[in-house]
Each structure stands twice: as structure tokens, then as C-alpha cells.
Write a protein that binds this ligand. Sequence first.
Ligand code: FER
Length: 319
Amino acid sequence: MKRLTIIPALATALITALATTSLSAIELQGRYDVTEKLPAGYDRPIEKRGRVEEIVYATHGGEKNAFVYLPYGYDEGDAPYPFFYLMHGGGEDQTCYFVKDGSSPLSNILDRLIDEGKLAPIIVVAPSFYPKERDSVGFAELDALTRSFPEELTRDLMPVVEKKYRSFAGDASDVLLKATRDKRGFGGFSMGAETTWNVFLQKQDYFRYFVPISGDSWIIETRGGLTASDKTAEKLAESIAASGHKPDDFVICAITGRLDIAFEPMNALIEAMIKRDEFRVGENLFYGLKADGKHWHGDVRIYLRAVLPKIWPGRSEAE
Ligand code: FER
């Protein structure tokens, strides 16, 4: 990352100004290299642990489940929490992030980030775009599932999960879910990134933060981030005004690795987005790249550890 070469007083003023926005001032350029490694033992359990519960919700005439990570201390006060929805990739399910006994590496990493004061306590919901009977679903159908999931999310899942657990949306009525979009993010890996782009295209009324990890948008065609970069970027851009929003109403934190199979299409898409007025690097678009990052959850956890504290800084980051 480039160093600031302006005089310290100006730099301080600039950093102070930027620090009042919700993203940390470290990423003044908006594009950054992810160089952090997971410190040894970082994904091991600590004493002050959150827990994971399963929630069942009615959808498409049946029932589906999602896993809900509740941070340490959830049972103590009555404060509401920001919500982050996190989608798995093709062929996976929620257990790539969470298991019910709360022992997954991501649970442990969230526990530690929160305990260290780097990440504010947040609730993380891991749903699935697959139908309950998923055995017959082939790769060709995944795209349609990631496109229809945003409607299931806002209509069927969010009203149930944000009513049961303390969100800023109170009774989780549609009006309150929309009114509290600033307290909510959606992210995902691979086909979960595609889901994230689809949530951006369809549901900006409900979300301010978007975290696509290692995946492009297939709204124009499969791998369209590469093969139809400008058209895909245009479609994303059009969805902003079309949903009554402005470029400063959202923040996209895209992240991937240079050795990832999604690098080429995702990078081409981001480059095409950056050419447009609606997407402003360092303002509403942040783009992290890990030199040796590959298409696997070991890197996904490193990306989440890098990104989530920038969206929801904890007490030690806010000081
Ligand atoms: C991408 C690269 C790979 C992407 C998805 C995949 C949505 C998914 C691969 C798989 O599930 O096998 O850019 O974007």
C-alpha cells in the first residue's frame, strides 16, 4: 500500500475526517493488499465464546434452516446487534462457516476478533441458497438459485431471524428492516459472491454493506465479469438509481486472491466498475487482493478477518 506523503497535520485531519466514516482509515486508497496471515492458534477456541443456533423458517411451501452466530455476551444486555448474512459456495452448505456446537474455525476467529476489541459484536447468519431437497440440483441450476435467494432472504428469512434475535429492526417488519439497512451486510464466497451481487442488484433497500468474496456477477452470463465486464458493471450501476439509492448509500468490500480461479472474472468486473462514476474506490468500493490467495476457506477466513472489522470496528479500533 502506498504511504501518505502529505504533511502530518494534514494527514491527521484527513484521517480524522475519514475515521468518522464507518470504514477504517487504513485503506485510504481503497485498493489494498491482504498480507496478513492467520496467527498460529488464532482459530482455536477462547474462553469468551459466542454460540451457534439453528433457526428454521418457512419458505417455498416448506422449511429451511440457517445457522446463527451469537457473540459472547448476547444473553447479558438488551442491546441490538448489526447483522451480517454470509453465504456459502456451490456444492457447500452452512457448515463451511458454522457448526452447531460453535466449534468451527470461523466461530473461533469471530470470538477472538470481538474479544480483542477489533470487531464490534455482530450477529452472523449463514443461510443456504439450495432448496431443502438439494440432491437433484446441478451446477447449471445454481445461477437461478442465487438469483431467487434475495427474495427468499428479505421475505422469509430476515423477518424471522431478526425478530427472534435482537436486531436494530425491532419487530422486523418490512418497514423497520428497510429503515435499518445501515446496520446490515451481506457477503459470500464464490457462488455466495454471486448471491451477494444479486442481493446488491435486488435488495439495496435492506443492506448497506456488501462483501463479495472470490466471485463475479453472472447477471449477464456465466463468468460475465470477464466476458461481459462493462455490461455487468452497467447493470450493477443501474440498480443503484433504479432502487432509489445513491452511490454513498452503500459500501462494497470485494476481496479475492491472485491465485484464485475467480480472480480473472472478479478483477475484470471490479476494473469495469471502477471506470464508472457510481463506483468510487476508497468511498463506496474497497478491493482487497491477497498475492497467494486461492479458492478455499482458509483464505476466506483471512478475508473475513480483514474486512469485517473495517465495516464494524470494535472498541480498540474506534479509539
Ligand atoms: C467465479 C469463479 C468460480 C464465480 C463462481 C465460481 C460467481 C464457482 C465455482 C464453483 O462453484 O465451482 O468467479 O463467480
